[in-house]
Design a protein around this ligand. Structure first.
Ligand SMILES: C[S@@+](CC[C@H](N)C(=O)[O-])C[C@H]1O[C@@H](n2cnc3c(N)ncnc32)[C@H](O)[C@@H]1O
Ligand SMILES: Nc1nc2[nH]cc(C(=O)O)c2c(=O)[nH]1
Ligand code: SF4
Ligand SMILES: [Mg+2]
Length: 210
């Protein structure tokens, strides 16, 4: 199978429990909750996306004709060293494209694989670190994993129900938009009221990382 990748780059994981870790990011093109076109944003299921995932024209992006071509690009981005290799599959929605061939090839090259997914598709069982970020108005079928990362505020979620899902870590990530300061305060209030949750800050934005 061929894979459509918007961009592929080495950075530090900015969010969640693994924040600060060196990682190659593979941003797959396309999402099932928004077309990515601004004209469609207001009618999309997911309306607050901070990411351009349309096309294959970003740095390191392109069409990769098979898994070995994609993994070669991931290895090249990682650089020298076979230990502690770490890759994050994101997008867009990575579960539209992440398949056995990619998971097997990345594991074969010694990578620990994390994913950032909206949870509307079952996550590949071979993935080592599953981060699910649910979106109001979608049906979340992947209700287990390593971290549940809820962008906040988001109307339409019952936190008692989310707390019953099977995740090792629960994080609240303030919505980044023109009212971010208000959302940060709301997120802090939520964590102060509900100790099962922790705050996730998008540190790459603060640090000027990609
Ligand atoms: C761009 S998404 C790609 C992965 C997948 N489609 C998803 O939504 O989880 C990566 C992460 O950014 C979060 N995110 C997107 N837009 C955001 C925003 N405006 N503020 C804070 N987090 C945001 C998502 O919820 C998700 O956790
Ligand atoms: N540095 C960095 N960390 C991230 N964590 C999740 C990201 C994403 O867009 O999925 C992201 C991203 O785009 N950059
Ligand atoms: S589900 Fe993820 S990639 Fe898709 S529009 Fe929402 S935040 Fe963006
Ligand atoms: Mg991002």
């Amino acid at each position: 199978m061929a894979y459509a990748v918007k961009e592929l780059f080495l950075t530090l994981q900015g969010e969640g429990v693994n924040a600060g870790a060196r990682a190659v990011f593979v941003r797959f093109a396309g999402c099932n909750l928004w077309s990515g076109r601004e004209a469609d944003r207001a009618s999309a299921i997911c309306r607050f996306c901070d990411t351009d995932f349309v096309g294959m024209d970003g740095g390191g992006g392109g069409r990769f004709n098979d898994a070995s071509a994609l993994i070669a690009a991931v290895e090249e981005a990682w650089g020298p060293g076979l230990k502690d290799r770490f890759v994050v599959l994101t997008g867009g929605e990575p579960m539209l494209q992440a398949d056995d061939a990619i998971v097997d090839a990345l594991h074969g090259a010694g990578f620990r694989i994390a994913i950032e997914s909206n949870g509307t598709l079952p996550v590949h069982p071979g993935i080592d670190w599953v981060c699910i970020s649910p979106k109001a108005g979608s049906t979340v079928v992947q209700q287990s994993g390593d971290e549940l990362k809820l962008v906040w505020p988001q109307a339409g979620f019952d936190l008692d129900i989310l707390e019953s899902w099977d995740f090792s870590h629960r994080l609240i990530q303030p919505l980044d938009d023109p009212w971010a300061a208000d959302h940060q305060r709301a997120a802090i209030e939520l964590v102060l009221a509900r100790p099962q949750w922790r705050l996730s800050i998008q540190t790459h934005k603060l640090l000027g990382l990609r």
